[in-house]
Design a protein around this ligand. Structure first.
Ligand SMILES: Nc1ncnc2c1ncn2[C@@H]1O[C@H](COP(=O)(O)OP(=O)(O)OP(=O)(O)O)[C@@H](O)[C@H]1O
Ligand SMILES: O=P(O)(O)O[C@H]1[C@H](OP(=O)(O)O)[C@@H](OP(=O)(O)O)[C@@H](O)[C@@H](O)[C@@H]1OP(=O)(O)O
Ligand SMILES: [Mg+2]
Ligand SMILES: [Mg+2]
Length: 364
């Protein structure tokens, strides 16, 4: 729990690309001003020997890292691990990733949601087996089954006809391509916070295109192109992103909450398209763990609020189990609010309330 001076430590373990985009000076400074130190985990040493950390933030794969987390957890049972490797693993397979969407129950009169029709293909024989295809219509998108963050796992192909299947390398997921007006919605989730933004997507596929000689089109991370790449393309010049209406915020928030609970994850985004055939039908096509949050407006504040929430909530849970004497020692200079029935709560003086003093609190 809180170290010297009532500060909290969050250790992070990220690949260099993610570290560069996410761990910005602006985030580190804001977190520091609110009592949280972001500390890089040294991958050359055992995690359990480092810290102390109140929380571990990570996006790394592999058995060694998983067992390090298990070891860390057993020695630091009160630390928060964001997020559990088992929960993250569900997102490494494009079938299990979207299965959870099909299980969600959300009451909404005006909008509906789901996933596109899709099948999984493990070998080349099945790829050309018409029975496997009964459910699907061209065009389809072929996506690698594994979504493990490698460049390969983002390599896709839009396939217009049977001929286009020749180039594909199973195991893949074949997902029906749904015309959606060339705009995708990315819904970023950070705990309870939900933010939906618009991005350019693949253009709609016309009947003429389907009947043309072209059999497939390969692409990768189309919604993630740098701005200059986007403006180079004739298609993007033609599109008017501003004209597209966002989906209703409360609807996206309900889906986000449902997914967060069902998947037991705090840090993810999901991609949503609006089916142009029905203006109120939304399809979830992708879910990513720990996405590019730095692209989210005001990400520093959102993430710092969330970190504060995590570490203080955990500390409250722990402290509530102790006697008042232990509590006083544990709060280490911070304020303690004394309530009826001997329930004690810590009122952070530098975090979440931006340093404002809380009424009725007793300074210890
Ligand atoms: N079923 C679909 N119908 C229409 N367009 C789709 C469909 N699936 C994917 N796309 C388009 O292809 C893009 C890439 O697909 P997807 O999001 O599954 O890949 P990804 O590599 O996992 O993306 P990310 O970079 O978000 O992780 C989407 O952003 C969207 O533009
Ligand atoms: O940085 P990373 O390598 O984690 O890349 C992630 C990328 O974030 P970035 O924009 O910071 O690159 C995300 O972009 P947005 O959805 O937020 O647009 C998305 O493409 C994830 O799928 C990527 O994770 P991966 O699937 O490759 O593990
Ligand atoms: Mg995507
Ligand atoms: Mg993805």
């Amino acid at each position: 729990m809180a170290g010297e001076g009532g500060r909290f430590g969050i250790g992070y373990a990220l690949l260099p690309k993610k570290e560069n985009s996410f761990i910005r000076e602006s985030l580190v400074k804001l977190a520091r001003s609110r009592g949280i130190d972001l500390v890089k985990i040294d991958m050359g040493r055992p995690l359990a020997d480092q810290g102390p950390f109140d929380c571990v933030l990570h996006k790394l794969y592999g058995e060694d890292w998983k067992s390090q987390l298990v070891d860390f957890r057993s020695r630091n049972p009160n630390a928060v691990i964001l997020d559990s490797p088992v929960a993250i693993e569900r997102l490494h397979n494009r079938i299990s990733m979207l299965q959870v969407v099909s299980e969600l129950k959300i009451e909404n009169q005006s909008e509906t949601f789901g996933i596109p029709k899709q099948i999984v293909i493990y070998d080349r024989e099945t790829l050309f087996d018409s029975q496997a295809w009964e459910l699907l219509k061209f065009p389809v998108i072929a996506k690698p089954l594994v979504a493990d963050g490698s460049a390969k796992s983002h390599k896709m192909a839009l396939v217009y006809n049977h001929e286009g299947l020749n180039k594909l390398k199973p195991p893949i997921v074949l997902q029906e391509f749904v015309n959606h007006g060339g705009v995708i919605f990315k819904v970023y989730v950070v705990g309870e916070y939900v933010k939906c933004v618009k991005r350019k997507s693949l253009p709609d596929v016309s009947e003429e295109k389907l009947n043309s000689l072209e059999s497939s089109l390969s692409f990768s991370q189309v919604s993630n192109l740098a701005t200059h790449q986007k403006s180079d393309d004739k298609y993007y010049k033609m599109m008017h992103l501003e004209d597209t209406e966002l989906p209703p915020q409360s609807f996206m928030a309900d889906i986000a909450k449902g997914l967060r609970k069902a998947m037991n994850l705090n840090l993810f985004n999901f991609d949503v398209i609006r089916d142009t055939r029905f203006g109120n039908r939304y399809l979830i096509i992708d879910i990513n763990y720990f996405p590019g949050y730095a692209k989210m407006p005001g990400y520093e504040t959102v993430l710092t609020d969330f970190f504060c929430d995590m570490v203080y909530r955990k500390e409250r849970e722990v402290v509530e189990e102790y006697t008042p004497e232990v509590l006083v020692a544990a709060t280490d200079g911070r304020q303690v609010l004394s309530c009826e029935k001997e329930v004690r709560k810590i009122v952070p003086n530098s975090c979440c309330s931006d340093g404002e003093e809380m009424e009725n609190s007793i300074q210890v």
